[in-house]
Design a binder for this molecule. Sequence first.
Ligand SMILES: Nc1ncnc2c1ncn2[C@@H]1O[C@H](COP(=O)(O)OP(=O)(O)OP(=O)(O)O)[C@@H](O)[C@H]1O
Length: 277
Amino acid sequence: MSGDQILNVDRLSMRFGGIVAVQELSFAAEPKKITALIGPNGAGKTTVFNCITGFYKPSGGTIRLTHDDGRVIALERLNDFRIAKQANVARTFQNIRLFPGMTALENLMVAQHNALMRASGFTLLGLIGAPVYRIAEKRAIELATEWLKRVNLLDRADDAAGNFAYGDQRRLEIARAMCTEPALLCLDEPAAGLNARESAALSELLLSIRDELGTSILLIEHDMSVVMAISDHIVVMDHGLKIAEGTPREVRDDPKVIAAYLGTDEEEAIAVMESGS
Ligand SMILES: Nc1ncnc2c1ncn2[C@@H]1O[C@H](COP(=O)(O)OP(=O)(O)OP(=O)(O)O)[C@@H](O)[C@H]1O
């Protein structure tokens, strides 16, 4: 991979007791691009995500995030809270983690808690309704509204998120992550449980996030129709190791990748081989 890097993962390792979930993994992600991490079940993808987003402290290696202004942040030294707040990395989870009892709009407002707390001077200015807080609150509502529009949920802004169809919840989760205006958006299986129409809509949404907003995306996904259609670069893992990387076409034609998938799930192997052609 050439050019700038927003994310550089160097010899990342993660051990759980005797299990080596990730072994000396190195890869980079370019800014304003979609980088996908794929591999059969148990390959170590989610563990890599959990290391990047501070849910796990890696056993070894470095994870560097470079911001537009040149700041370099060592993610392996920060916890999840600091990675979200200081490094400006947002993530979604395999299992949806919206606040089900809150409305769609409220979910997107909660996401902007850090910005609002700063503007409130950590409560006092907010309590007395100071102009600086009111401006920040207005902006937060505008951003939330913009995202509800982008994910086609504006007419359901006041409905409880828990009542939404599964595909709508997935899109709302991405909107919530985007309301933090992240430098890097990490998505853990965003197409899981979606039908073909919803997967196509998701692909369009992610392409618009890349192309219109210039947000860098790191994606774990099993749905090859999504991965092959939207990824600029794909890193393939198996048994904790990187076995291949390249463009969708390069990866699809790589015998090591086909062998890794053939060893597990036939349907998925066929999807890898047939996709992108
Ligand atoms: N917290 C943990 N404690 C112990 N072992 C773990 C833990 N998390 C992951 N593992 C192990 O690490 C390996 C990699 O798991 P991981 O969930 O990262 O794979 P994956 O590629 O994301 O799989 P999937 O596609 O099924 O989600 C597996 O053997 C798993 O059992």
